[in-house]
Design a protein around this ligand. Structure first.
Ligand code: BTN
Length: 317
């Protein structure tokens, strides 16, 4: 990011009004240049109040992501803005590698959905990780990424569940989502792109969509994204290393503790088909077990789940 833009943000972070000329003096740039930077921040979606007689005021402090404060265990790249961190990581040659962005312009969710990714508020993280495993052994990867995310978040709140395969929920509302993409390589190895989107300081996430929530909504104050990202990466590292050595089996009891669907009547959209039944946990490949009316239990490897009888319909997108 442009150094002057960074300095401008630092000045505005005091929450006071600053006139264009005083900002220009402090940064040693013209008022027009200040105005352009202010417009850039507004284009990023930041809320800047402008009063002719007083100047500009940033409504919510903005602490940018900083690799030094995150101190990752591998190379990292932080973008101000990118289409999708998952897409960037796909172009990287050497694993492991972490990519973060302040904003995604084409953030992707599961099943072709968009992932809302406003500037400077949340965490958009992708990790490139090579496995000496066949693609068939990685079916639990997105589940353990969800567990690593929950483990990180339990320092902030205990009321968390995972909705299979990997939606992190706080009291039925979506706090984080995971998008894992895997490329099969030669000789039984695979390359995984592990994407995590976590709503951190998004104000009014509840208003934007009543079924979304951010960490700030839960703990009632903005959170330090650098600290949180650092914790998240560390947990992800622990979970990926354990998964590499011991597979999904070693996480099954942890999954059970956070399983949102367990013993609930659910609807599973599996391709074009809508399947009803009772969720009864996962098998050791991470497939969802559904008990049908005739008593048969069937394992499903993919799909979109919702709780039946929820009058509001699907809990969220
Ligand atoms: C979902 O719940 O549907 C999955 C959301 C995954 C979003 C993350 S944000 C970082 C990474 N980059 C993307 O484009 N998507 C994932």
């Amino acid at each position: 990011m442009n150094k002057n833009l960074k300095r401008l943000i630092n000045i505005l972070n005091d929450g006071q009004y600053h006139s264009g000329s005083s900002l220009g003096n402090k940064l040693n740039i013209t008022r027009t240049a200040v105005w352009k930077f202010i417009n850039q921040l507004k284009d990023y979606g930041l809320s800047i109040d402008t009063i002719k007689t007083k100047g500009y005021c940033l409504q919510q402090p903005l602490i940018l992501l900083n690799a030094r404060n995150i101190a990752p265990p591998c190379p990292i790249k932080i973008f101000d803005s990118i289409t999708s961190t998952n897409d960037y990581v796909k172009t990287v040659k050497k694993s492991p590698f972490i990519c973060l962005a302040e904003q995604q312009t084409a953030g992707r969710g599961r099943l072709g959905r968009n992932w809302y990714s406003p500037f400077g508020l949340n965490i958009y993280l992708s990790c490139l990780w090579d496995f000496n495993k066949d693609i068939s052994e990685l079916s639990g990867l997105s589940l353990i990424t969800g567990l690593a995310t929950i483990k990180t978040l339990t320092a902030y709140t205990k009321d968390l569940k995972i909705k299979w395969p990997n939606d992190i929920l706080y009291k039925d509302k979506k706090l984080a989502g995971i998008l894992v993409e895997i490329n099969a390589e030669t000789h039984g190895s695979s390359q995984a792109i592990i994407g995590i989107g976590l709503n951190v300081n998004m104000p009014g996430a509840i208003n934007r969509a009543p079924t979304w929530i951010s960490l700030m909504d839960i703990v009632k104050k903005p959170q330090d994204r650098n600290k949180l990202t650092s914790k998240l990466i560390n947990q992800l590292w622990n979970y990926l290393n354990k998964f590499e050595k011991h597979g999904l089996k070693s996480f099954l009891s942890e999954w059970e503790k956070y399983d949102y669907l367990k013993n609930k009547k659910i609807k599973l959209m599996h391709g074009e088909k809508s399947i009803g039944g009772e969720a009864c946990g996962i098998n050791d490949q991470g497939h969802l077990l559904v008990k049908h009316r005739n008593g048969n239990v069937v394992a499903y490897s993919s799909g979109d789940t919702s709780i039946m009888g929820d009058r509001k319909g699907r809990p969220y997108d």
